[in-house]
Design a binder for this molecule. Structure first.
Ligand code: RFL
Length: 389
């Protein structure tokens, strides 16, 4: 089989890249190791920067987003049993929008399938060849080994994918930081209260209240790395969330059946080599951020916009942008990783944390909440950096 661009991974990065390429008259084949049902059921992120919403609109992925996306113009810190509001919307009308990553993935798959374009599910990529000359992807589907020949390969296969290892010296140019805690996330059939959306900094650890739809709440608790998912009853989970997200009004969260539970270790990772010959990596394949800043999906969108433009120019014989892909992408990635780590450092309780450490966290929170420069910095970081293209 032959195509112009072989895309590994049907996550948001791979699917959106395929969509942008399609709109620019460039054909692609997506290879995805998981089944269609598995990919559609994966929950993950849900807070979109204005730039992500605008990008999805620009490529016609907005029908359901415009109807069901929940814009929000402020966020809240719960700290010392008080509620502190920071305005997020800016003078240019930018704001954040809640719309689940699973719904973006579903919208992109539906559009692609309606256009009759190929996504091969349960196609596990095993090897890449010819990266400086004639790229080829070897994959296994239905027990058979097959080859996809292409002009260029986009590795959008997430943190544990195969493509990064085909970039020479990728490990030597990668940076990993592991935080000493995890996030226990739940999805509940409970209408989120808009006034309860936000982050809690509590002596028992961080908590986060967010939404996935007007009927679904997405909530997180900081837990130890060895936390066992069944060690808390549903009532204990709700009680712990209400305790950490407490404020002067004592308003509790809306409760409802918990439909999903997951635990994820907090990490930050950046690979500074994002391209080699006719291979480039994008999204979680190149970087991951702790979820406190809600930036993982938004960063993937920034990479993919840039990569689509670089691939288009490469196919027309101009490699200048492609040769600068890593450099330009990193201009968004490092500040965003830094911000996500700053938020993590200010909001969690660290093992062995001293009173001195706690007072320094309070200084950071006080700066964001009570100072004009701090609030502006917080707002700008949450709204996201401009794109290179
Ligand atoms: P994805 O979404 O991981 O997609 C990569 C795809 O590649 C496939 N794949 C392969 N396919 C073929 N052959 C192979 N050899 C392959 N190896 C892998 C995988 O099956 C998968 O379908 O990466 P992408 O597209 O870069 O998108 C990035 C976002 O998914 C990610 O940044 C965010 O979801 C991060 N993230 C969260 N961000 C938030 O802002 N808020 C959250 O609450 C939040 N929760 C999460 C998350 C990421 C998680 N993962 C990756 C551990 C929760 C989890 C569990």
């Amino acid at each position: 089989m032959k195509t112009q661009i072989g895309i590994i991974g049907a996550g948001p990065a791979g699917l959106l890249l395929a969509r942008i390429l399609q709109m620019n008259g460039i054909e692609s084949v997506i290879l995805e190791r998981r089944s269609r049902d598995y990919v559609l059921a994966r929950l993950r992120a849900g807070v979109l920067e204005q730039g992500t919403v605008d990008t999805l609109r620009a490529y016609g992925v907005n029908e359901r987003l415009d109807r069901d996306g929940m814009p929000h113009e402020q966020t809240t810190f719960y700290w010392n049993e008080r509620r502190h509001v920071i305005v997020i919307a800016d003078e240019a009308g930018r704001r954040l929008t809640t719309y689940g990553q699973n719904r973006i993935v579903e919208d992109l798959i539906t559009l692609r399938e309606a256009d009759g374009l190929p996504i091969l599910f349960e196609a596990q990529v095993e090897a890449l060849d010819g990266l400086t000359d004639r790229p080829a992807i070897t994959y296994v589907q239905d027990g058979a080994r097959k080859t996809l020949e292409c002009d260029f390969i986009a590795g959008c296969d997430g943190y544990l994918g195969v493509s990064r290892r085909y970039i020479p010296d990728a490990d030597a140019h990668s940076y990993l930081h592991e935080f000493p805690f995890s996030w226990f996330g739940i999805l509940a059939e409970a209408p989120p209260k808009p006034e309860k959306r936000g982050f809690a900094h509590h002596v028992r650890g961080l908590a986060v209240a967010s939404a996935r739809s007007p009927r679904q709440s997405r909530l997180y608790l900081q837990v130890d790395p060895d936390f066992e998912i069944d060690s808390m009853s549903d009532d204990q989970i709700w009680d712990e969330l209400d305790l950490r997200l407490t404020d002067e009004t004592g308003t509790p969260l809306n409760r409802g059946p918990i439909t999903e539970k997951s635990v994820a270790r907090l990490r930050a990772f950046v690979c500074e080599r994002m391209q080699h010959g006719k291979l480039a990596i994008a999204g979680d394949a190149a970087h991951i951020v702790p979820p406190s800043g809600a930036k993982g999906l938004n960063l993937a969108v920034g990479d993919v916009r840039l990569l689509a433009e670089a691939i288009g120019r490469h196919l027309r014989g101009d490699d200048d942008l492609l040769s600068r892909y890593s450099e330009l992408a990193l201009q968004r990635i490092w500040p965003t990783v830094h911000w996500s780590c700053l938020m993590s450092e200010a909001l969690h309780v660290f093992p062995g944390q001293t009173g001195f450490d706690t007072r320094r966290q309070h200084m950071t929170l006080d700066h964001w909440i009570n100072s004009e420069t701090g609030s502006r910095r917080f707002r700008e970081a949450m709204l996201g950096l401009p794109y290179a293209v």
